[in-house]
Design a protein around this ligand. Structure first.
Ligand code: SAJ
Length: 423
């Protein structure tokens, strides 16, 4: 126990979820071990260097300076913990949940589980994972009984990278346990870190609440994406329709069409839910299936709009000089994971287009081969046969594009000129 008795916390996974939890736990007085299997990440942390947008070098250096933050890739450093938090990736593999990271983390942690400790899973996963996957591994590796000897719970992450308003501390935190004592332990831990905890009745309810949050977004984005395709055929301005509907102060939440759905959450989380329903009940979760179909189709739809746009100028996609504005999956982020903009770029490259892209945020190693990153200069815009707005970073010179709106396909409704072609 540390001098103020907060206790010893180990956090498995020091990425965009685990690192903010580690930093906050140090801030409030815990003795924290940040464990990650990526040795390069651990070395960077040990040298006080960040690798995620939301945590600065200074925050890491301050944590190190307290003497209560240790970054490590050595499993033996997990020994003696009071609270363990598992914040590791849960990707899809061939359309099915890949729990290998959770399994590995549970097996690594298990030998260090001791009487009275508490293990909390944060990774987004399907209902049942905590009790059917994590608990058995912790019990097997420790010869202790969950509930009787140690506590276990689930508390979904709600870290929103780059969000200027909501961070770990001011976002309500759902907490759950395999039993009352576990719920109390999980609740007590996170109550020390965040402004508001939200206890729920069981770990499955907490696991499913997280999936509902993001499935809700995925389905509603698909709704407006499908509406956009039909509005184009009907000659109706879908953006005006959505803005008008959004004037309703209740019973409506605004979502906007785009080139598809990217990121580390929406393309993945809903499929964890539909996979669980299919595996357990043999049923298709139709809303998720339809949303996946619609959102996955948007890059193809954008390419059909590019083709018809060039055809009006009697040009083919093959050989056309196309300037892409934005490659990341969402504005003001450099994250390219599952980016629909890159899906569009790859399709256009396959059709023989000459592609250049303006994206000051995306790391060079995330730019697909064959696409040249350029400055958004006047020359680049005037030389292009077509400019496509795919991700509307604030740093783009939008006035310049307004002046050349006649050659722009805007998938984000960022330009206001009547000459622009928009989804
Ligand atoms: N998108 C649209 N239309 C919309 C909203 C989003 O096409 O109306 C696209 C985005 O361009 C992006 C994708 O969907 O490609 C996902 O966008 P997102 O705004 O959902 O951002 P994410 O993927 O970073 O989602 C995260 C989630 N946060 C967590 O899971 C902790 C989500 O719950 C948040 O609501 C979201 O951030 C947010 O609000 O920024």
């Amino acid at each position: 126990m540390t001098q103020d008795g907060r206790g010893r916390v180990v956090i498995l996974g020091q990425g965009y979820v685990g690192l903010p939890v580690a930093m906050r736990a140090v801030q409030v007085g815990f003795d924290v071990v940040g464990f990650d299997v990526a040795k390069d990440k651990v070395e960077r942390l040990r040298s006080g260097k960040t690798f995620i947008d939301d945590i600065t070098d200074d925050e890491i250096a301050s944590a190190l300076a307290t003497g209560r933050y240790t970054a490590t890739y050595a499993p033996e450093d997990l020994a003696g913990f009071d609270v363990a938090v598992i914040s590791v990736p849960t990707p899809l593999r061939d359309g099915a949940p890949d729990l290998s990271y959770i399994e590995k983390a549970s097996d690594t942690l298990a030998p260090h589980v001791r009487p009275g400790c508490c293990v909390i899973l944060e990774s987004t996963t399907y209902p049942g994972t905590t009790e059917e996957v994590v608990v058995p591994r912790l019990e097997a590796g420790s010869s202790l009984r969950a509930g009787t000897d140690f506590k276990v719970g689930f508390s979904p992450e709600r870290i929103n990278p780059g969000d200027p308003v909501y961070g770990l501390q001011n976002t309500p935190k759902i907490v759950s346990g395999i039993d009352e004592a576990s719920l109390d332990a999980v609740s007590e831990f996170f109550a020390a870190l965040v402004d508001k905890v939200v206890p729920v009745s069981g770990t499955r309810e907490a696991e499913l609440a997280k999936l509902l949050e993001n499935t809700f977004r995925h389905v509603n984005i698909a709704l407006v994406n499908e509406l956009a395709m039909y509005c184009d055929g009907l000659g109706i301005d879908v953006w005006s329709v959505i803005d008008a509907a959004a004037s309703k102060p209740f019973g409506f939440m605004k979502f906007t069409p785009g080139p598809g759905v990217g990121g580390h959450c929406l393309p993945i989380d809903p499929s964890y839910l539909s996979w669980q329903v299919r595996r357990t009940l043999g049923r298709n979760f139709r809303f998720v299936e339809i949303a996946n179909d619609v959102n996955d189709h948007m890059p193809d739809y954008v390419v059909t709009r590019v083709t018809s746009n060039l055809n009006k100028a009697r040009k083919a996609v093959n050989g056309a000089s196309i300037l892409l504005i934005g490659l990341a999956y969402k504005p003001n982020s450099g994250d390219a994971r599952e980016s629909p903009a890159i899906a569009v770029a790859n399709r256009l490259a396959d059709l023989g287009a000459n592609l250049r892209a303006v994206d000051p945020l995306i790391p060079a190693d995330h730019v697909p081969a064959g696409i040249q990153i350029v400055e958004g200069s006047e020359a680049e815009v005037t030389d292009a046969d077509l400019v496509i707005v795919l991700t509307d970073h604030d740093t783009v010179d939008w006035d310049l594009l307004e002046r050349h709106a006649g050659k722009v396909l805007d998938t984000r409704n960022r330009l206001k000129s009547k000459d622009v072609d928009r989804l």
